[in-house]
Design a protein around this ligand. Structure first.
Ligand SMILES: [Fe+2]
Ligand SMILES: [Fe+2]
Length: 188
């Protein structure tokens, strides 16, 4: 479990911080409710039954974020390049957060703890109960998301992007130009 935590920790140090994106996501996440009905219909047309089951378990703010990322990826890449596997990758990149059991304030705390404590310390909390266990699971959401998507029979691209979406481009596991577009579409 060290690898994914290490990856998340590095990404935290390199790009998350406590900056504009985090503040914007924080305040945006406080607004309850999922995407608009038209967006839900679009997601239903894109995802497989098993993927949709996972997506529907995400919180309202997480589903809104996933639609924003997928719509932006489609805009950046164009409708031809943004086929079903690409859209599924965008919609489900953060699906591993399902198992963390952390709301918005807890996620902010987990991010700060990930930076302060370092990846090594946080990885030792894996399997623990309580808040520390939830922090470890949150910071490992890329790996967990990849596992969930593999179990759901998702396209290898969606599995790879879930695993690699917080890693540096050379290690993210998908074609660099596509990774750049998906990363640009993801505002966290
Ligand atoms: Fe993520
Ligand atoms: Fe995201």
């Amino acid at each position: 479990m060290r690898g994914p935590v290490l990856g998340a920790g590095r990404r935290l140090r390199g790009g998350w911080g406590i900056g504009w994106h985090l503040a914007r996501r924080f305040f945006g996440s406080l607004r309850p409710g999922g995407p608009r009905p038209a967006d839900v219909e679009w997601v239903q047309a894109v995802l497989s039954v098993a993927e949709l089951r996972l997506w529907e378990r995400l919180s309202g703010p997480d589903r809104r974020h996933s639609v924003e990322v997928a719509r932006e990826a489609q805009r950046l890449l164009g409708p031809e390049a943004a086929g079903r596997p690409v859209l599924a990758a965008a919609l489900l990149h953060d699906v591993g957060k399902l198992d963390a059991g952390l709301g918005t304030p807890g996620r902010v705390a987990a991010t700060v703890i990930g930076v302060a404590a370092g990846a090594g310390s946080v990885s030792r909390w894996t399997g623990k109960g309580g808040f520390r266990g939830r922090v470890a699971r949150y910071l490992q959401h890329p790996q967990r998301g990849a596992e969930l998507l593999a179990e759901a029979g998702s396209d290898p691209l969606a599995v790879a992007w879930a695993r690699g979406h917080h890693l540096p481009p050379e290690r993210c596991g998908i074609e660099p130009d596509l990774a750049a577009a998906l990363r640009a579409a993801d505002n966290d």
